[in-house]
Design a protein around this ligand. Sequence first.
Ligand code: URA
Ligand code: SF4
Length: 194
Amino acid sequence: MDELEQIRAEVLTCRKCTLCETRHNPVFGEGNRHAPVMCIGEGPGYYEDMAGKPFVGKSGELLDKIFLACGFTRDKHVFIANIVKCRPPENRNPKADEMAACLPYLYRQIELVDPKIIILLGSTALKGLIDPNARITRLRGQWLEWQNRWVMPTYHPSALLRNPELKRDAWEDFKKVIDKYRETVDPAHYSKYH
Ligand code: URA
Ligand code: SF4
């Protein structure tokens, strides 16, 4: 079996943390298995838990609009994953022990998909992958280097829905991603707005 499919099988039956008791469906992630761009969110919400797919609710709709503006499609350019694969009850933030239990899956997904660029959507993704003390408001919009990959922290789409005035900054971050994509993946990449 393809190793990514092996991880999917493990996630679908995982009981390594207590989130397994309240989830309906683990959300493994989806996209091109060799995607040049990986997008990492926090964890499934209500609709994702029901569907077993990442970013299918309101945040997902906004994320799709952002991808469209970047010239990215879910099945060709990106792979979407989360810090925890099972929904935290009432959409609370995942706890440290839950993140620690789940992160090894994400590390393996990153190795296998091998993206050049990682987009961290929001505080939990930034803290989970890079540093528990990091602040999204301070680090967003700046390239970080992590395990030989370019990492761009930006706001979570749900933050943009709550505070539309943050959208201007978020678009600046995504323009940097488009520039980096042209530099490292495809100089001819077309996007409508940048
Ligand atoms: N929010 C996230 O962080 N991840 C999802 O998959 C959906 C909403
Ligand atoms: Fe396993 Fe991760 Fe789900 Fe916890 S959140 S049960 S570690 S897949």
